[in-house]
Design a protein around this ligand. Structure first.
Ligand code: SF4
Length: 273
C-alpha cells in the first residue's frame, strides 16, 4: 500500500498531544477559503511512501515523542487515502504508538457500506481525531469550503458512537466564521458529543497567502484582516456557552428520565434495594 505524501515533519508541536511525527498527505476535495496548504490540494506531485517506511522514520526519532506524543496524519485530507491510513495506523498500534487523525471528515459517507467497513476498521486503530468543523450552517459551509457539511456532522456523531476521542477545531475568520449565532450553534452541536475532549478555536492568519500567489490561485480572503487574539477569546467563550447549554439540557433530560423510571417502578410495585 502506497501513500501519496506531501511531506514529513519530525517535530510537530501543534498537531495533537505531545511532540508528534507529522505526515502531510496529498489530495483534498475541500477548498477552504483560508486553507494555508493549497499545495496539498492535488493528489499528483507528491512522494510515494509505504507505511513501513514512515514507521521507520518515526522510530529514528522516537525519543522526541516520549512526552505523550505519537504520530499524526494531516494534509490535505487523510481520509482520501483511507486504505493507506488504516495500514499505517495498524502498524503504529502494533508498536504502541499513539495515533491521531487530523481531518475535515469530508470523505465520510454512511450510505456506502464498503467504505463504512473501512471507517470501522480505522476507528479500531485511531486514538484521537482532530475534527475541523469549518462552519455549522450548511449554506455558509458550502460558500466557505465548496462542499456540504452534512456528512461531516454525521462523522462527528459516528465517532461518538465508536467512542473515539475527538478534539474539535474551528478556524475563526473575521466576517466569515465569527458570527455569534453560528458559534453558539456549533457549541450546541458539539456539546451533544460525549467523546469531546477539547476545543481549539484557531485564529485566521494571512501567512498562507504567499502560497496562493506562488501557485497563481486567486485568494478569496483578500483584504480580510487576521483574527484579533483578544476577540478570539470572546468568540471561543460563545462556543463554550453553546456547549454548556447543551450539556445542561442533557443533564435535565437524564434527571427527568430517572424520575419517570422511578415513578414507573413505584407504580409497578418495585422497590430499590
Ligand atoms: S480541508 Fe484542510 S487541506 Fe483541505 S482545503 Fe480545507 S484547510 Fe485546506
Amino acid at each position: 500500500m502506497i501513500g501519496h505524501i506531501h511531506s514529513l515533519e519530525s517535530f510537530g508541536t501543534v498537531d495533537g498531544p505531545g511532540t508528534r511525527f507529522v505526515v502531510f498527505v496529498k489530495g483534498c476535495p475541500m477548498r477552504c477559503a483560508y486553507c494555508h496548504n493549497p499545495d496539498t490540494w492535488e493528489m499528483a506531485g507528491g512522494t510515494d511512501m509505504e507505511p513501513s517506511y514512515i514507521m521507520e522514520q518515526y522510530h529514528r526519532n522516537e525519543s522526541f515523542y516520549q512526552n505523550g506524543g505519537g504520530i499524526t496524519v494531516t494534509g490535505g485530507e487523510p481520509l482520501m487515502q483511507i486504505d493507506f491510513l488504516i495500514e499505517l495506523f495498524t502498524l503504529a498500534k502494533k508498536d504502541h504508538v499513539h495515533t491521531c487523525l487530523d481531518t475535515s471528515g469530508i470523505a465520510f459517507n454512511p450510505e456506502n457500506p464498503a467504505l463504512m467497513e473501512k471507517f470501522d476498521r480505522l476507528c479500531e486503530v485511531t486514538d484521537l481525531v482532530m475534527l475541523d468543523i469549518k462552519h455549522i450552517d450548511p449554506e455558509k459551509h458550502l460558500e466557505l469550503v465548496k462542499q456540504p457539511n452534512t456528512n461531516i456532522l454525521k462523522f462527528a456523531k459516528y465517532l461518538d458512537e465508536k467512542h473515539v476521542d475527538v478534539w474539535i477545531r474551528h478556524v475563526i475568520v473575521p466576517g466569515w466564521t465569527d458570527d455569534d449565532k453560528y458559534l453558539f450553534e456549533l457549541g450546541y452541536f458539539i456539546g451533544g458529543l460525549s467523546n469531546l475532549k477539547a476545543l481549539d478555536a484557531l485564529p485566521y492568519h494571512t501567512m498562507g497567502k504567499r502560497k496562493y500567489d506562488e501557485l497563481g490561485i486567486p485568494y478569496r480572503l483578500e483584504g480580510v484582516p487576521p483574527m484579533d487574539k483578544a476577540k478570539l477569546i470572546e468568540k471561543k467563550e460563545v462556543i463554550l456557552d453553546g456547549i454548556r447549554k447543551r450539556r445542561a439540557e442533557l443533564r435535565d433530560t437524564a434527571v427527568s428520565n430517572q424520575d419517570q423510571a422511578a415513578q414507573g417502578d413505584q407504580a409497578a410495585g418495585f422497590t430499590k434495594p
